[in-house]
Ligand binder design. Sequence first.
Ligand code: OMP
Length: 234
Amino acid sequence: MNTKPILALDFPGDTEVVNFLKHFNEPLFVKIGMELYLQEGPDIVRKVKDLGHDIFLDLKLHDIPNTVGSAMKGLAKLGVDLVNVHAAGGRPMMEAALEGLEAGTPAGRERAALIAVTQLTSTTEEQMQAEQKIALSLQESVLHYASLTKQAGLNGVVCSVHEAKAIAEVCGEDFLRVTPGIRLAGGDAHDQKRIATPDGAKRDGSSLIVVGRAVTGAQDPVAAYKIVSELWEA
Ligand SMILES: O=C(O)c1cc(=O)[nH]c(=O)n1[C@@H]1O[C@H](COP(=O)(O)O)[C@@H](O)[C@H]1O
């Protein structure tokens, strides 16, 4: 799989996306999340794909197994490279997602990698324990969800850099650790709680990093992307 930093296209519509992408003259690995997808629908996926970029479609599906399986079957036809669900939806839901994705992938095309969100990078241990009533440490909860995800046959998880190494030890190096919450040193954390730098992510066992506002909110996004890439690939 492409290992470039995954650039989160968290924009309100396709005009902003096209304006943003035209500054980059190389194929990128980009993420289309719910903000953009819920406005533009599947057309935005086709449009970005036609520009030659790899796509992580981040819709974080979380519903009953039948609904998620059927939704994945439809999404498989879009030809994206990476998709996700919430591990909290449970093992039967994750298995249904995988079955749907396999059933919907057109013959001769590689199926998208499927990963599950463990604990969002905007969640702290205190919040998890108080609101979700999970009586574990955050690291234990993430590791539990990672193991469940592996048992369901998925390709990996979304987690923070802080848990990536432990997941690799438990689930194996080939099990993907996709880590958002990436910031350049001294950058604003915004709503993220478990953050790390691109070089920290590399050192601490991420397989792929997801970067949004550190690049999209920069004065010079192309220069910021270059810095992130160099730190990640060093
Ligand atoms: O699944 C995700 O991509 C995701 C999971 C998670 O735990 N935390 C998280 O921030 N994300 C996404 O990663 C991106 C991070 O954006 P920035 O905080 O702007 O870098 C956003 O598009 C989030 O939706």
